[in-house]
Design a protein around this ligand. Sequence first.
Ligand SMILES: Cc1cc2nc3c(=O)[nH]c(=O)nc-3n(C[C@H](O)[C@H](O)[C@H](O)COP(=O)(O)OP(=O)(O)OC[C@H]3O[C@@H](n4cnc5c(N)ncnc54)[C@H](O)[C@@H]3O)c2cc1C
Ligand SMILES: NC(=O)c1ccc[n+]([C@@H]2O[C@H](COP(=O)([O-])OP(=O)(O)OC[C@H]3O[C@@H](n4cnc5c(N)ncnc54)[C@H](OP(=O)(O)O)[C@@H]3O)[C@@H](O)[C@H]2O)c1
Length: 248
Amino acid sequence: MQFCYNTTAKKFLMPATTFRAVVEHIDSLSYNVRGFHFKLIDPPKIEFKAGQFIIMNVPKDKAVVKRAYSIASPPHESTTLDLCIQKVDGGIASTYFWGLKEGQTVSISGPHGTFLLKEPMDYDPVFMATGTGVAPLRAMIKHLTRQNCTRDIWLLFGTRYEHSLLYESEFRMLANVRHNFHYIPTVSRPKEWHGEVGHLQQTFQKYITDHSNKEIYLCGWLEVVKAMCKDLESFGVPREKLHYEEWA
Ligand SMILES: Cc1cc2nc3c(=O)[nH]c(=O)nc-3n(C[C@H](O)[C@H](O)[C@H](O)COP(=O)(O)OP(=O)(O)OC[C@H]3O[C@@H](n4cnc5c(N)ncnc54)[C@H](O)[C@@H]3O)c2cc1C
Ligand SMILES: NC(=O)c1ccc[n+]([C@@H]2O[C@H](COP(=O)([O-])OP(=O)(O)OC[C@H]3O[C@@H](n4cnc5c(N)ncnc54)[C@H](OP(=O)(O)O)[C@@H]3O)[C@@H](O)[C@H]2O)c1
C-alpha cells in the first residue's frame, strides 16, 4: 500500500483505492463540457481532500487506459463524486465518457494528488481557473463555504465564450448569499457580454490590488497555467504564494 506524503498538509494522505461507481446523472455544463455525477458502490465511501483527483479506468479494446480527472465535489459529499469533463475530438477517455449512460458502472481509483489548500487558513484564497480547471477549485470553494470560512474567497474564472462559463448560476448564487465570496467571470472572446473581457492576469491586476494576505490557487491546461504564473510573478507575487495544478 502506498501512502502519499503531503508537505502542505504535513501528513500522510489516504491511500488510493479502486472503486466501482454508477453514473447517477449527466448534465450538460456547456456546449463541450458535461458534468458526471457518480454514486460509489464498492466501497461506498471515499475519503479525500478538496483539490485531489481520481483516475478513471477506461476499457479500450482488451486493455485499460487511465486518465486523471479532478474531483469537482467537496469531501463531505463522500458517497458521490462529481466530475466535469471536456469533450476532446477523438480522445479515448472523452469518447468513453460521451458514450456513458445513466445506470452504467465504471471503475475509478483514488484519491490522488497533492494540490491542496494550505493550512491553517490564515489568508484569503484567490482561485484562478480556465475551463474545466475550475473543477478542483469548485471542490475547495464548496469545502470552505461548508466550513463557514470567514476569509474573503475570490474566484477568477476565464473561458473563451460566455456560454462556456461552467457552474455559472451556482457561483452567482453563492456570491449573492455569501458576502465574502467574490466571483469574477472573465471572457476572452465575448459575443454579448457585459463583464470582464480578456485573460485572467488582467482581472487579477484589476481586483487583487493587495496580495500580501493572499494565497493563489491556479488550475487549467499546462501552457495557460505556466503563462499565468509567469505574469503573476512579474506583478510581484512571490512564487511561494502560487499553488497550481497543470494538466498535460
Ligand atoms: C491531474 C489532472 C486532472 C485533470 N482533470 C480533468 C478534468 O477535471 N476534466 C477534464 O476534462 N480533463 C481533465 N484532465 C485531462 C484528462 O486527464 C485527459 O487528458 C483529457 O480528458 C483527454 O483525454 P482523452 O483520453 O479523451 O484524450 P487522448 O486520447 O489522451 O488525447 C487525444 C489527443 O487530443 C489532445 N487533447 C487532449 N485534450 C484536448 C483538448 N481539450 N483539446 C484539444 N486537444 C486535446 C491530446 O494532446 C491528444 O493529441 C486532467 C488531467 C490531469 C493531469
Ligand atoms: N490537453 C490539451 O492539449 C488541451 C486540453 C484542453 C484544451 N486544449 C486547447 O486549449 C484551447 C482552449 O480550450 P478550452 O476549451 O480549455 O477553452 P476555455 O475553457 O473556453 O478557456 C480557456 C481560456 O484561457 C485563455 N487563455 C489562453 N491562453 C492564455 C494565457 N496564456 N494566459 C491566460 N489565459 C489564456 C483563453 O483565451 P483565448 O481566447 O485567448 O484562447 C480562454 O479564455 C483550445 O484550443 C483547446 O483545444 C488543449
